[in-house]
Design a protein around this ligand. Structure first.
Ligand SMILES: Nc1nc2c(c(=O)[nH]1)N[C@H]1C(S)=C(S)[C@@H](COP(=O)(O)O)O[C@H]1N2
Ligand SMILES: [Mo]
Length: 312
């Protein structure tokens, strides 16, 4: 299968480990995720799990440990649930993630609406990626998901499709942040079609072997590891293939600070602070920020000939 061979070659420098993990998260029980429980380790009563076959770590980061799950689930940006880092873990608890559907439409031959159960039934992989926030902090997180390309293939983009637009749920009743004007709601994001099809671009449905916590974008969110974290839009309900570059939430709000591309670039500072270094959450010392967040070997070719100072 095409997807598998791509993953294998891309994993040249990687650690590829077959394994199954069992989840303990109680929220999984209510939903269809329970159907994918791995039989193996019935240690916790009612344990439900995501099963995945491979772990892919695109760069060698052996000296670069995975963030404690506690940090990744309590230090969040998800403005629909408040602007403080601690707000999403408190306020997203009640988000209803079942039933959930993702509509895929626009410049496609076969528009389709996927139930979250259909998406969880796709072959899942663990991807250990750095997430680098534009605020100059970062974490290494083990996501569980599948390549976005897998969905795009199914809907068959037309010859006119050049971009992919994403939209978060808009429900001010459930998302108190949407009752205020901090951003124009719903949160929207976009990628060029070749970026969206790149094998590093995934839709994540889990992290740390568990079903995605609400504060991290349950039940399904984008992860684009070579771009600033704001590109990795959470709690997605719509994916639209377009001819023209779609609007993005942060670009719409402060266009001189947040560009469409948002490739991690230590040489292009944010107008109000440097992007040359970053602080790994939990660390004391800062470290150098790497071009494309360390994934230049994989993705720099997508931007050959482009002035990345202009297209920031
Ligand atoms: N819908 C939505 N998606 C979002 C955000 C948001 O506020 N709303 N914040 C973004 C930002 S700025 C970052 S850094 C990452 C944080 O992801 P994490 O909380 O899982 O680490 O989510 C991104 N996705
Ligand atoms: Mo961010």
């Amino acid at each position: 299968m095409l997807l598998r061979s791509r993953t294998a070659s891309q994993a040249r420098e990687s650690e590829v480990t077959p394994r199954n993990l069992v989840l303990s998260r109680r929220t999984a029980l209510a939903g269809a995720a329970a159907a994918f429980a791995v039989g193996g380790i019935p240690s916790m009563s009612g344990a439900a799990g995501l099963s995945f076959q491979t772990t892919v770590r695109p760069r060698d980061e052996k000296a670069d440990p995975i963030a404690p799950m506690k940090s990744a689930t309590t230090y969040n940006n998800f403005y629909e649930f408040g602007t403080d880092k601690a707000d999403p873990s408190r306020n997203a608890r009640a988000l209803r993630t079942r039933p959930w559907q993702v509509a895929v439409d626009g410049e496609v031959v076969k528009p389709a609406t996927f139930g979250i159960e259909d998406l969880l039934a796709l072959p899942l992989e663990e991807r250990i990626y750095r997430l680098r926030c534009v605020e100059a902090w970062s974490m290494v997180i083990p996501w569980v998901g599948f390549p976005l390309a897998e969905i795009l293939k199914r809907v068959e983009p037309t010859g006119s499709a050049r971009y992919v637009a994403f939209q978060t749920l808009h429900d001010p009743q459930q998302m108190p942040g949407q009752r205020g004007p901090v951003l124009q709601w719903p949160y929207v994001e976009g990628l060029r079609l070749d970026e969206a099809r790149h094998p590093l671009t995934i839709l994540a449905v889990g992290m740390y072997g568990e079903v995605l916590p609400n504060q991290n974008g349950a039940p399904i969110r984008l992860v684009v590891p070579w771009k600033y974290g704001f590109k990795s839009i959470k709690s997605i309900v719509r994916i639209t293939l377009t001819r023209d570059q779609p609007p993005t939430a942060w670009n719409r709000s402060q266009p001189n600070e947040y560009g469409f591309y948002a490739n991690v670039n230590p040489e292009v500072d944010h107008p109000r602070w440097s992007q040359a270094t970053e602080r790994r959450v939990g660390d004391f010392f800062r470290r150098k920020t790497l071009p494309f967040n360390g994934y230049a070997d994989e993705v720099a070719g997508l931007y050959a000939g482009m002035d990345l100072g202009k297209y920031f």
